[in-house]
Design a protein around this ligand. Structure first.
Ligand SMILES: *Cc1c(COP(=O)(O)O)cnc(C)c1O
Length: 393
C-alpha cells in the first residue's frame, strides 16, 4: 500500500489483502480460527504472530485487519483496532488505559452511553472523572492537572453540534502529560483533522457514516502502534469486543463511497440549514457551516465544513415538534445518523431521555429541539418535505 495516496484512493484500496484466487472484492473470512501446518507453527504463532498471521477471530481476522489498515491510513494513525460497536470502542479506549486512582477530564456534552461509561463505569472502579463545559478553555485549564491521565471529548457534540477546539484542548492536555481521546463521529473520517490538531486516539462509531446505510454495528479506535497493540488490543481481545468479519466487510464496502457520501450530505446540510434559517416556526437553527454560527470559523478551520447534521428548535415545544416529525414524508423518525436516509430525532424524549430536566437545559436539549441527519436524497425534495412538515407543526 502506498503511503502517499490521497484519502479517496486509500478509501478504495487501503489495506487490501488478496488470497491466492486474486478476488477483486474484499473477501469475507467467516472463520473463527485458523489451522496451523504443524504444532511447532502453532507454538510460534502464539509467541508472536506475524503481520499476516492470525490465531482466533477475537484476536484478529484478515477481513477485519483490512478494515483496520484502511481506516488507520485515512485517519493518519499508525494503527487501528476494530470493535463490535462504537461503544465497545469508547469503552475500550478509556478502560484499557485507566486504573483505580487515575483522573480523567471530559466534556459534559456527550452521547448518553459515553456519559454512562465515564459517570457510572469508570467511577465504580475508582477512576476520578471531572466534567467541564467543552467550549470553555478556562475550565479545561483548571481541571487538567499533572495527575490527569486522559481527556475525552466528542469533537462535535450530540445533538447541539458544539465544537471542541481540538488543538487548544490538546495543548492543555499534553502540557500535563495527558492522552487526548477524541470521539470523532460527527466530524467523520472524511472531514477529520483530529490527529493533525493533536488528538492521540480517535474513536469512531462505524455504525454511522462509515457503514452509511444503517446495516451493521461497528466501531474503531485509531492511534499509535504502541497504544493500539500494547494497551488496547490485549484488553479488547480478552474481553470480547472485537468486530465480526462480516461487519468488517460491510464497513470496508462503506469506505469506498465514504468521501462521496459525506461531501454530498454536507453540501445538502448547508442547503437545508440555509433554507430553514429564517423559518418563522423555528427559534434556532444550529449548523456550524452557517456563517452566523458562533463557531463557524472553528468549524471551517477544523473540518472545512459544517458537517452532515443540522439541529433546529421548534419554538412551540414538544407537541409542535412531534406534529412536525409525524408530518415528514421522506425523512424517517429514528435515532441513527450518517445514514443514506435522512433521519429526524427528538433528543429530549429519545437519545437523551435519561437526563434530568436540569441536565437537558444545561446542554441545550430543549423540548422543541430536533436533530436532523441529512441523507443522500435530493436537497430540493428534503427542503420541500421539511417545509411542509413545519407548516403542520
Ligand atoms: C453512535 C455514537 C456512539 C456509539 O456508537 P454505537 O456504534 O452505537 O455503539 C458513540 N459516540 C457517538 C458520538 C455516537 O454518535
Amino acid at each position: 500500500m502506498s503511503t502517499n495516496w490521497k484519502s479517496r484512493t486509500t478509501a478504495v484500496h487501503g489495506g487490501s489483502r488478496r488470497s491466492q484466487y486474486g478476488e477483486m472484492a474484499e473477501a469475507i473470512f467467516l472463520t473463527q480460527g485458523f489451522a496451523y501446518d504443524s504444532a511447532e507453527q502453532a507454538e510460534a504463532r502464539f509467541i508472536k504472530a506475524g503481520d499476516d498471521e492470525f490465531i482466533y477471530a477475537r484476536y484478529g481476522n484478515p477481513t477485519t485487519r483490512m478494515f483496520e489498515e484502511r481506516i488507520a491510513a485515512i485517519e493518519g494513525t499508525e494503527d487501528a483496532f476494530a470493535t463490535a460497536s462504537g461503544m465497545a470502542a469508547v469503552n475500550g479506549a478509556l478502560t484499557s488505559m485507566l486504573r483505580a486512582g487515575d483522573h480523567v477530564v471530559s466534556s459534559r456534552a456527550l452521547f448518553g452511553s459515553c456519559l454512562y461509561i465515564l459517570e457510572e463505569v469508570l467511577t465504580r472502579f475508582g477512576v476520578k472523572v471531572t466534567f467541564v463545559d467543552g467550549g470553555d478553555l478556562d475550565q479545561w485549564r483548571a481541571a487538567v492537572t499533572p495527575g490527569t491521565k486522559a481527556v475525552f471529548f466528542e469533537t462535535m457534540a450530540n445533538p447541539t453540534l458544539d465544537l471542541i477546539d481540538i488543538a487548544a484542548v490538546a495543548d492543555i492536555a499534553h502540557a500535563q502529560g495527558a492522552l487526548v481521546i477524541a470521539d470523532n463521529v460527527f466530524a467523520t473520517p472524511v472531514f477529520s483533522q483530529a490527529v493533525a490538531l493533536g488528538a492521540d486516539v480517535v474513536v469512531y462509531s462505524a455504525t454511522k457514516h462509515i457503514d452509511g446505510q444503517g446495516r451493521a454495528l461497528g466501531g474503531v479506535v485509531c492511534g499509535s502502534r504502541d497504544y493500539i497493540r500494547k494497551v488496547l488490543e490485549p484488553y479488547m481481545k480478552h474481553t470480547g469486543g472485537s468486530m465480526s468479519p462480516f461487519n468488517a466487510w460491510i464497513m470496508l464496502n462503506g469506505m469506498a463511497t465514504l468521501d462521496l457520501r459525506c461531501r454530498a450530505m454536507a453540501d445538502t446540510a448547508l442547503k437545508v440549514a440555509t433554507a430553514l434559517s429564517s423559518h418563522p416556526k423555528l427559534s434556532r437553527v444550529i449548523y456550524p457551516g452557517l456563517s452566523s454560527h458562533p463557531q463557524h470559523s472553528l468549524a471551517m478551520r477544523q473540518m472545512g465544513t459544517g458537517g452532515t447534521l443540522v439541529s433546529f428548535e421548534i419554538a412551540e415545544g414538544k407537541e409542535a415538534a412531534f406534529r412536525f416529525m409525524n408530518a415528514l414524508t421522506i425523512a424517517k423518525i429514528s435515532n441513527n445518523l450518517g445514514d443514506a436516509k435522512s433521519i429526524a430525532t427528538h433528543p429530549a424524549t429519545t437519545t437523551h431521555q435519561r437526563l434530568s430536566p436540569e441536565q437537558k437545559a444545561r446542554l441545550g436539549i430543549s423540548p422543541g429541539l430536533i436533530r436532523f441527519s441529512v441523507g443522500l436524497e435530493d436537497a430540493d425534495d428534503l427542503i420541500a418535505d421539511l417545509t411542509q412538515a413545519l407548516e403542520k407543526a
